[in-house]
Design a protein around this ligand. Structure first.
Ligand code: NI
Length: 252
């Protein structure tokens, strides 16, 4: 049993979503969590989640949306969450300074507003943090009751251990299979209990399919690499990470 805790699933990226879901099931992927992080993907995700019972959602506004999101959009998010049982978390939310810091105040405002919402609704968060580690950690520390996962973690061992001490899991994806990746050091240091698996599809396809379009069906290749690093069986990786995901997101 595998769970893809973070993917994107839009008809902009896939011609035949029915086929994607069918291939996932055939590859042993029991549940997927689709990250919907702008207005149009939230609408699309809600429609998908009513069609497929093994598909869950996290919804929230990505930091790249910071300059366009108003307070009423966040109120609207709350309404949407209250009206569907398929939303299992808020995300991906966070800070992204990769393209500059012009909207840093708006990003921080949006991030804090959504962390408040997560706290109010007792939902976990999925964190997107790019070139913004210290600010992300400091803001998350303002919300000690909120838990979640650090999506596509790619930082140092020290940063990993800081997040874990704050109660977060690390989302590990296809990057771990890349030859130049140092993520194995992080995985060795934190152990199987602190990671969950994700594809972030359609991006970051694991080896040996790097370069193709990603999808949840490639999760077993990520699990295989984690199993090699930790010297355990793929089944054990699948079971432990799936249980962590079920607990974190309260999946039924
Ligand atoms: Ni993502």
């Amino acid at each position: 049993m595998f769970i893809d805790t973070h993917c994107h699933l839009s008809k902009d990226d896939y011609d035949d979503i029915d086929l994607v879901i069918k291939e996932n099931r055939e590859s042993g992927i029991d549940k997927i969590i689709v990250s919907c992080c702008d207005k149009s993907s939230i609408i699309e995700g809600l429609s998908l989640s009513s069609k497929y019972n093994d598909l869950y959602l996290t919804i929230g506004y990505h930091p790249s949306e910071a300059s366009s999101i108003q307070k009423e959009d966040i109120l609207n998010l709350e309404e949407v969450i209250k009206n569907t049982s398929k939303v299992v978390g808020i995300g991906e939310i966070g800070l992204d300074y990769h393209y500059g810091k012009e909207d840093i105040d708006q990003q921080k405002f949006l991030f804090r507003e959504q962390l408040h919402l997560a706290e109010k609704l007792s939902l976990p968060v999925v964190i997107h943090s790019r070139d913004a580690t210290m600010d992300t950690i400091n803001i998350l520390k303002e919300f000690p009751n909120v838990k979640g996962d650090i999506h596509c973690f790619s930082g140092s061992v020290e940063t990993a251990l800081t997040y874990i001490s704050m109660g977060y899991k690390l989302g590990i994806g296809g990057v771990v299979t890349f030859k130049n990746s140092n993520l194995f050091k992080v995985i060795e240091a934190v152990g199987i209990d602190n990671i969950i698996l994700e594809t972030d599809s359609p991006y970051l396809t694991p080896e040996p399919y790097r370069g193709r379009k990603n999808s949840s069906k490639y999760i077993p290749y990520i699990a295989k690499r984690v199993a090699e690093i930790l010297n355990m069986s793929v089944d054990e990786v699948a079971l432990t990470t799936s249980n962590s995901a079920i607990n974190l997101f309260d999946l039924k």
